[in-house]
Design a protein around this ligand. Structure first.
Ligand code: NI
Length: 209
């Protein structure tokens, strides 16, 4: 299941039913702005619970992926559950992820619309590498290599950015960043209400905001 394309997989990842919805941190909070700590202890119940909660929180917010500092936990962990550009669903998590460096002459950038659960509401065009490889570990400490293309590659880069204290807003021109933040202020209450409704639909507790 980890990082492999899946075709016979439940609509809701099993983690979703085990986890709880946690409050999603919002741009402006300090934890989103610092580099998260390496995970050094693997195979612990705490790590499993963290990942389950991230899956549940992401599902209730209708997200594609989520980093641990987005639920207030300062650890290098992110998860994803999303279809790629070819309609293949990818579901997994990775610990201590590191993106492969791509030599400048091989860098192929693509611009696509991108949003973030910690910037509720707006989407903006962001330039990203079309292809990426991320290396890390599973929650049990086994080595894991994930390759993504297109929108899935974008997600892997976006989530790794989070763990380094960066948001997609940082990649925008100042004017765009300001307009995105204004749009967020106008949209966030409606977005929170939609998340609460979706959590109810999923039969999970909506959790605090
Ligand atoms: Ni994000």
């Amino acid at each position: 299941m980890l990082g492999e394309p899946v075709d016979s997989f439940p609509r809701l990842a099993p983690e979703v039913e085990r986890g709880a919805v946690r409050r999603i941190t919002v741009v402006g909070e300090e934890i989103l702005r610092r580099r998260c700590r390496e995970v050094t202890e693997f195979g612990t119940p705490e790590l499993s619970t963290l990942i389950d909660d991230m899956f549940t929180t992401n599902a209730a917010a209708n997200g594609a992926g989520l980093a641990a500092n987005q639920i207030g936990v300062d650890l290098r962990v992110f998860m994803w559950d999303m279809p790629d550009d070819w309609g293949v669903r990818h579901v997994g998590h990775i610990i201590n992820p590191v993106l492969d460096e791509v030599p400048t002459e091989q860098r192929e950038l693509v611009e696509e619309s991108e949003g973030c659960l910690s910037v509720p509401g707006p989407y903006r065009m962001v330039s990203r590498l079309d292809r990426t490889v991320v290396r890390g570990q599973t929650k049990d400490g086994n080595p894991l290599v994930i390759e993504g293309r297109g929108y899935f590659a974008r997600c892997l880069q976006h989530e790794t950015d989070h763990l380094n204290g960066h948001l997609y807003l940082d990649r925008l021109a100042q004017r765009e960043r300001k307009s995105a933040l204004r749009e967020m202020e106008e949209a966030k209450e409606a977005t929170f209400a939609r998340r609460a409704a979706r959590a109810k639909e999923l039969g999970v507790s909506p959790g605090p905001r």
